[in-house]
Design a binder for this molecule. Structure first.
Ligand code: FE2
Length: 440
């Protein structure tokens, strides 16, 4: 490989549709192909890394820009893209890796959720940033000062209790803290959890009664750090899953050794008697600075609590990530999981719907170089079947250098989208998003 192509490969996030855009649009005259299901009333928001200078040392280190579309009664009211206005964004020269102690200096670039009437832009090292429904930044949000650490970008809203379950990992002790917020947005639990060191803990798992932490060997190491993201694979750290009751404390955690690997994103987890099933997009241990050079593949872990063991099974051989299940199935037995599928390199070229009951799958292929991202499931009105609903995601079309919000029928996802909402800009490849429905 020439030096030129090695450099290009390392900096993929500055090229093609990974590169940032520089304008904040407000478009209320959106062209639509097909018809928008009239029961979709709310907003689809998606976050991503968008360095205002056009450069950043790592894909994960650009400032957060939210792309949003509001739908109502079969119409697309608007598209807006807005930076999350954090103190870090205002400070051009800052290295985000120097801003770990000030909880307000967030990139706010990884996810966006709605909980207890608040819209929160998330990153994993700082406080959430609250936004308005039209994407103006309200400010950092810390549960009336009760949130001492930050918040993971992957908190889970329990569909049965409405609680927000989350954690914060730190590069200094305590390395891990678990938090629980009530359905009405009050922080009701903070527990320090003992782990061996400072690792990157991007996500975790919840079930009806348990939390399952993933303590995996991607460690922070600032020795010889020259920029970018100072994380590296450790052959010595080991890999464990930690099971704790949702209202438990550190002394209740039971740790289970597993084969070393890394997981950015689980698809879902649930209980089956004493067993805990966890489906994950699992990376083999071949990584450079957190970016895999082998693709993630769907695996299932089964924690046999009665025997004290974990079994592991590969479920597919395709490269998939950004898995989602219906919000109503989080932590519960489920049938369908939806993912982006990757071709050569980091661009998602199709979507896969896994049927976990039959082991089958359905694919929606994007053709002609079109590229997608995380598919977000939204239930249809009065849905009974688990897949009675829609998948929403942005798709980039290189032919006109623009993006669309596409709406696919989840029960029929190999078909063309039922609606394509044409946007006035391309939406750079990004991270995670949510459908935030209007209140009933
Ligand atoms: Fe993530």
């Amino acid at each position: 490989m020439s030096e030129q192509s090695a450099t290009t490969e390392q900096l993929f996030w500055l090229t093609g549709n990974f590169a940032p855009i520089y304008e904040e649009f407000t478009d209320t005259q959106l062209k639509v192909t097909g018809s928008i299901p009239p029961e979709l009333n709310g907003r689809y928001f998606r976050n991503g890394s968008n360095p205002p200078s056009g450069e950043t040392a790592h894909w994960f280190l650009g400032s957060g820009m939210i792309h949003g579309v509001e739908l109502a009664n079969g119409q697309a009211n608007w598209y807006r893209n807005r930076y999350v206005q954090t103190p870090l964004l205002a400070d051009d020269a800052a290295d985000p890796m120097d801003s770990l102690d000030d909880r307000t200096r967030s990139l706010a670039n990884t996810h966006i959720i709605g909980h207890a009437g608040k819209i929160l832009a998330l990153e994993e090292g700082h406080w959430p940033f609250e936004l308005s429904p039209t994407l103006e930044t309200v400010g950092p949000y810390n549960y009336d000062g009760k949130l001492k650490g930050g918040m993971t970008a992957h908190p889970k809203i329990c569909p049965e209790t409405g609680e927000l379950l989350f954690f914060y990992y730190s590069m200094t002790p305590p390395y891990m803290t678990y938090y629980r917020a009530s359905a009405d947005g009050e922080l009701i639990q903070s527990e320090e959890i003992e782990v061996k060191g400072s690792t990157m803990v991007h996500d975790f798992n919840v079930t009806r009664n348990h939390i399952i932490f993933m303590d995996l060997p991607l460690v922070w190491n600032f020795e010889n750090f020259t920029g970018g993201l100072p994380i590296q694979w450790s052959d010595d750290y080991g890999a464990r899953l930690g099971v704790m009751p949702r209202d438990g404390t550190n002394k209740d955690v039971v740790w289970y050794d597993i084969d070393p690997c890394y997981v950015y994103h689980p698809m879902n987890a649930y209980e089956d008697g004493d067993d805990i099933i966890i489906d994950v997009c699992r990376l083999a241990h071949s990584m450079k600075a957190g970016v895999a050079d082998v693709p993630p593949v769907l695996h299932r872990w089964v924690i046999h609590q009665a025997q004290g063991t974990v079994s592991e099974q590969q479920l597919d051989d395709r490269s998939v990530d950004f898995p989602r299940v219906p919000d109503s199935r989080i932590g519960l037995p489920y049938r369908y999981g939806y993912t982006a599928q990757f071709g050569d390199g980091p661009t998602a070229s199709s979507f896969v719907k896994y049927d976990m009951q039959t082991g089958g799958s359905t694919t929606h292929e994007l053709k002609n170089g079109r590229a997608g991202g995380e598919p977000v499931f939204v239930p249809a009105a009065g849905a009974i079947a688990e897949d009675d609903g829609y998948l929403l995601t942005y798709v980039y079309d290189p032919a006109d250098n623009l993006s669309e919000l596409i709406i696919m029928e989840a029960s029929n996802m190999e078909q063309e989208p039922v609606a394509r909402i044409h946007l006035p800009t391309r939406v750079p490849a990004g991270f995670h998003g949510s459908w935030i429905a209007d209140p009933d």
